[in-house]
Design a binder for this molecule. Structure first.
Ligand code: AN0
Ligand code: CP
Length: 329
């Protein structure tokens, strides 16, 4: 694995889930795998879980870590090729990425969508430019369209808790006051399509996700119908893909609660966090006995560690290791 940006970068996604669950049993089994290697974490948007779990995963493997909030601490980045940079941008992404590639052995980058220009967001302009110009392995820390580290942790959690061979998993749209990306639901759908689950997406009209990610999913427009017999309910808001980036008016009440939970098969409740309590999901579910939110967040560490381990083992960073070794006496 040189890149971890989509489930399609992984030859065997269920094998990676297994590996991450093995790491969870003994996170300190490979304390020197990343010795003299540096992970650079670049953020264009806020983060709690991704930032801390990736740092800790790298430290567990003996790596050094550098973190940069590039949107606030770096020079204003230009993304257009051939731009005459006489405006507000100060440094071209091709230079910034190339320089970081010389300092790091692996780069992780978080770059949310603007939610205005669908074509620009879905072309993953920033991520693709970093991948092209830094010339080292790149891990998505949530891009404009996908959040694979979250989905890997989610699938680990489902594997740990499932009671039947093929559980019913419902991704249910949840209300929110702001327009949020489609990255988490796109990614969850993409990974569910690789898992042995009965996958249903419950959503209001107009909130259909991009079909590139939802292959096998059954789409149900009535939440209560979708919830029947569910083993896992993943609650998450997203803005419209069709009417790109819009928060569309929704007439039914899509806020999940204990009463609706009775329709399920004692379903586990999932959310990637951060969650706006009592707007997106009520306290009664988040703090209830079926909630998996902390387990999902904990699994983010082992998901990141499995991905880093796989990249380090593939030796994409061998040349840099040789340079470091040459300098040692
Ligand atoms: C982001 C999102 O919905 O994509 C990050 C989730 C991990 N959430 C918010 O912006 C609140
Ligand atoms: N779930 C998740 O990615 O959380 P952060 O945005 O806090 O990293």
């Amino acid at each position: 694995m040189k890149y971890f940006t989509t489930v399609n970068d992984i030859a065997n996604p269920m094998g990676l889930v297994k590996e991450a669950l093995t790491i969870k049993k003994n996170p300190h089994a490979f304390p020197n795998l990343g010795k003299h290697k540096t992970l650079g974490l670049i953020f264009l948007n806020p983060s709690l879980r991704t930032r801390l779990s990736a740092q800790k995963a790298a430290l567990n493997l003996g790596m050094n870590v550098m973190v940069m909030n590039i949107d606030k601490e770096g020079w204003a980045l230009e993304l257009e090729d051939g731009a005459v940079m006489n405006g507000s941008t100060v440094e071209h992404v091709k230079d910034a990425a190339a320089v970081m590639g010389t300092y790091c052995d692996v780069i992780g980058i978080r770059c949310f969508p603007g939610l205005i220009d669908k074509k620009a967001d879905y072309s993953e302009k920033i991520l693709v430019q970093f991948m092209h110009h830094c010339k080292i392995p790149v891990i998505s820390l949530e891009s404009a369209t996908l959040h694979p580290l979250q989905s890997l942790a989610d699938l680990m959690t489902i594997q740990e808790k499932k009671k039947t061979a093929k559980p019913k998993v419902v991704l249910s749209w949840a209300p929110h006051i702001k327009a949020l990306p489609q990255a988490v639901p796109n990614s969850f759908a993409e990974w569910m399509c690789k898992a042995d689950v009965d996958f249903v997406i419950a959503q209001p009209e107009g909130y259909e996700l991009c079909e590139d990610y939802t292959c096998k999913a059954r789409i149900v427009y009535n939440q209560e119908e979708a919830l029947e017999g569910a083993d896992f309910v993943y609650l998450k808001n997203w803005s419209s893909y069709k009417e790109y980036g819009k928060v569309l008016p929704v007439k039914d009440n899509w806020l999940m609660n204990n009463e609706k939970h009775k329709l399920t098969n004692k379903a586990y409740i999932m959310h990637c966090l951060p969650v706006r309590r009592n707007v997106e999901v009520p306290d009664e579910l988040l703090d209830g006995k079926h909630s998996l939110i902390l387990q999902q967040a904990e699994n983010r560490l082992y998901a990141a560690q499995a991905v880093l381990k796989s990249i380090l083992e593939k030796n994409y960073t061998a040349n840099k290791a040789e340079l470091v070794a040459e300098g040692e006496d």
